[in-house]
Design a protein around this ligand. Structure first.
Ligand SMILES: [Zn+2]
Length: 285
């Protein structure tokens, strides 16, 4: 139903030690890679385009000046929970406290309503979506069709109306599904910073083009550490080789590839927007 082709760029604002595959208590939290947030903002500014920022509640105060600046622009700030504990590992009451606390602190800092949420590790189910609705959120963007990944949850969207292949609506609440493309029988997130870093651009471009040919909403997600110009942190001793590789591979090429992606989206007629602005468009009301 949506005739305009739109792209929503999103950054999950967390530090390197929040990543699920590192054991946080073994990480040196004095070493931060949040400089990547500023590097990302600079690119957005050069292109004059907006982005969504899903921010951890516990980073709201340390980042308050940056967040206030972001909130004053055309961007949107939303919640990524309090401290990156996986929602499916929290009981429902703990999850409820987590989403209320993070919403409150972000609203205090930005002076704006926080209406969106993304679950750490996309770890989400329908009970938790219902709690988001109860807590006054207007949308979630945690759904991803990537069933082979052990960390991701699955959201039952019973009763939701499908507005377009990856937008679902239930009363006044929306679910925005992260872009994936079926390649050789597997759903590949053609939307993630990790994939942009790991795959050569020409391969990624081919998969993204295939996705864009049948979809009018592209959702991209990335993290500050991927845009950081700093060296890798000293990894916790127990980190496995593949985890270190997954973290560091292609970080030096991400700025260039991200710009290729922006150009590619523009070339394909996609306009950049935020979830809040999409919801406010008449056709989604
Ligand atoms: Zn996260």
């Amino acid at each position: 139903m949506n005739k305009i082709k739109q792209a929503v760029l999103t950054m999950d604002v967390e530090d390197w030690y929040h990543l699920d595959y590192f054991n946080r208590k073994d990480c040196n939290e004095d070493y931060s890679m949040l400089d990547g947030l500023n590097n990302y903002l600079e690119i957005l500014e050069n292109y004059c385009i907006p982005s969504n920022f899903f921010v951890l509640g516990e980073l709201a105060i340390p980042l308050k000046n940056t967040l206030r600046e972001i909130a004053q622009g055309k961007h949107e700030i939303s919640s990524h929970g309090w401290n990156h504990k996986r929602p499916m590992k929290l009981n429902l009451q703990e999850f409820k406290n987590d989403i209320i606390k993070s919403k409150d602190v972000l609203e205090d800092i930005t002076g704006q309503d926080i209406i969106g949420y993304r679950a750490p590790c996309f770890s989400m189910d329908r009970n938790r979506v219902d709690l988001l609705i109860e807590a006054g959120y207007s949308y979630d963007s945690s759904k991803i069709k990537f069933t082979n990944h052990p960390l991701y949850g699955d959201i039952d969207l019973f009763g939701f109306e499908t507005l377009s292949p990856n937008i679902y609506k239930f009363n006044n609440f929306y679910e925005f599904e992260i872009s994936t493309e079926k390649i050789l029988g597997r759903n590949i997130p053609v939307s993630g910073g990790g994939y942009i870093r790991l795959l050569p651009w020409l391969v990624m471009k081919k998969m993204i083009s295939s996705y864009l040919s049948h979809s009018d909403l592209y959702i991209f997600y990335i993290h500050p550490f991927e845009f950081s110009f700093k060296k890798n942190p000293i990894f916790p001793k127990k980190s496995k080789w593949n985890e270190k590789h997954r973290f560091s591979f292609g970080r030096e090429s991400v700025t260039k590839k991200f710009q290729f992606l922006l150009e590619h989206l523009k070339l394909n007629g996609f306009e950049f927007t935020t979830f809040k602005d999409m919801i406010n468009q008449n056709e989604y009301k």
